[in-house]
Design a protein around this ligand. Structure first.
Ligand SMILES: N[C@@H](CCC(=O)N[C@@H](CS)C(=O)NCC(=O)O)C(=O)O
Length: 259
């Protein structure tokens, strides 16, 4: 049995839903609502002590970390190979995965300020938010949530996050030029899966102009092909099970673009 503990909009959850769909793996949803703080329930902390999603459980074996989960999914199940057989291409795939991981903090900051904290404020009091921020098992999330709630992640830091992500997109354009496309290493791999949810999130945040045809034509062509993949469409269409979606806080370009 394959179970995925996940949340509808979490970029790391989208990654794993996408890999499962690309491989054609039948899986059971275990929904963790981050806006209800399900990720900090004792039963979930037993399988993911960091209190983060996603977590994959396959026949009782627990696997954490989205990029590692995806390598596991590729190795453990039949279906199209998402890690190249060629060791050079596999190394390039992992280099790009690492580059995506290096920019995770920038995605988190833009997301927390523009989407997560505004949505949390619709559901909880300020005191509750502070309490739950301090209860997060990982110091990284304690800090980033506490700072966001106090309004300490300001314009300068958000501009730095956007600049960092534009740096990632420059690297993306460079590797697509080098591989000749259409995907990061030529054929579709876990590197494309790694970056796909960032792009979807940036689109939801209104930053799709970062990869306009004029600015980054190869990334632009990549995104158009990505948007046509059924696995991507399915992965990003998981409903917000407690309602509101991105639209609740005035976002949602991504959802509209996905149809
Ligand atoms: N490196 C981890 C990061 C996982 C992560 O941080 N997930 C976020 C959602 S994308 C989360 O669960 N956040 C919990 C919180 O904000 O309390 C991975 O790739 O799986």
């Amino acid at each position: 049995m394959v179970e995925l503990y996940h949340f509808w909009s979490s970029v790391c959850s989208v990654r794993c839903r996408m890999a499962l769909e690309e491989k054609g793996v039948a899986w059971t949803s275990r929904y963790i609502d981050l806006f209800k703080f399900d990720q900090m329930k004792p039963e979930y902390l037993k399988i993911n002590p960091g209190g983060i999603v996603p977590t994959l459980v396959h026949d009782g074996n627990v696997i954490c970390e989205s990029l590692i989960i995806n390598e596991y999914i590729d190795a453990a199940f039949p279906g199209p190979k998402l890690v190249p057989a060629d060791p050079v291409k596999a190394a390039h795939m992992r280099e790009f995965n690492k580059r995506c991981e290096d920019s995770f903090d920038s995605i988190v900051k833009l997301t927390i300020v523009n989407y997560i904290v505004p949505k949390l404020r619709n559901r909880h009091s300020e005191d509750e938010l502070k309490l739950w921020a301090s209860r997060r098992p990982l110091k990284y999330y304690q800090d980033v949530h506490s700072r966001a709630i106090r309004g300490e992640i300001g314009d300068q830091e958000l501009a730095a996050a956007r600049a960092d992500l534009q740096g990632l997109l420059d690297e993306f354009e460079r590797v697509l030029t080098k591989s000749g496309g259409p995907w990061v290493t030529g054929d579709f791999t876990l590197a494309d899966v790694a970056v796909a949810p960032y792009m979807f999130r940036l689109q939801a945040l209104g930053a799709a102009a970062f990869w306009s045809a004029e600015k980054r034509p190869r990334v632009n062509a990549w995104y158009q092909q990505l948007a046509a993949r059924p696995a991507f469409q399915k992965a990003v269409s998981w409903p917000d099970e407690s309602g509101g979606g991105y639209e609740e806080v005035g976002l949602g370009a991504a959802k509209r673009a996905a149809g």
